[in-house]
Design a protein around this ligand. Structure first.
Ligand code: VGL
Ligand code: ZN
Length: 213
């Protein structure tokens, strides 16, 4: 199991990754996460503790394979078998350059150093910031983090049971120490996905912090 630092002792080897705090994942958005907007002030506060922050942005082309609308006869939240495995179908969301794909207007992290967009390949979804959903095609973020010298990755944002959780597991696979900051996350919670995500993260050695304050 990784040994996480004392809370408060964040330095040059520590990175906060803020996952997908975008309009479409907030109330009123196309794939609204309950209480999604509530994370905004928490994320802003947490981000001020870190010298280094990366943001991710779900960024799909129109007719993306993860959209139910791309599969005649299918409805959102159904699961289909694709070439790379099972894929949950979603309402159209975070379409490139749309209002829904923009960061929540309250997100205030001027010192964020990189915006990593994901899910931009039409034929494969990408929950994780590190790998496409085929679990084989890297996004390049792992290499970026290594080259920057980060060793500890802290994660927060939306949604804990999809993009935050998959990113946490992949960050462990990439060899980083990993912690999730729960107060700065919300869940989609589809058919037990929230409990399953926490179980998988615990097994993988992802630390769980209630908050940083
Ligand atoms: C997400 C489903 C589809 C997420 C993104 O950010 O958790 N979930 N696209
Ligand atoms: Zn998406």
């Amino acid at each position: 199991m990784p040994v996480m630092p004392e809370i408060g002792a964040f330095g040059e080897a520590d990175l906060l990754i803020v996952i997908d705090v975008q309009n479409d994942f907030c109330p009123g958005g196309a794939l609204a996460v309950a209480g999604g907007d509530e994370v905004v002030p928490v994320v802003n506060r947490v981000a001020r503790r870190f010298a280094h922050v990366v943001l991710t942005q779900d960024w799909h082309p129109p007719h993306h394979v993860s959209f139910a609308s791309s599969h005649p006869g299918r409805k959102p939240f159904e699961v289909v078998d694709l070439a790379y495995g099972q894929q949950t179908l979603w309402p159209d969301h975070c379409v490139q350059n749309s209002k829904g794909a923009e960061f929540h207007p309250g997100l205030d992290i001027p010192h964020a150093e990189l915006i990593a967009r994901k899910g931009f390949r039409e034929a494969v979804d990408s929950y994780s910031a590190f790998y496409e959903n085929d679990h084989a095609t890297p996004t390049g973020l792992g290499g970026y983090l290594r080259e920057r010298g980060f060793r500890r990755v802290f994660l927060c944002g939306l949604a804990i049971d999809f993009c935050v959780g998959y990113s946490a597991l992949d960050a462990r696979r990439e060899g980083f120490e990993v912690a999730v900051i729960e107060a700065a996350c919300r869940a989609i919670d589809l058919q037990g996905s929230l409990a399953q995500a926490w179980r998988a993260m615990a097994e993988a050695g992802v630390a769980r912090f209630a908050d940083l304050s």
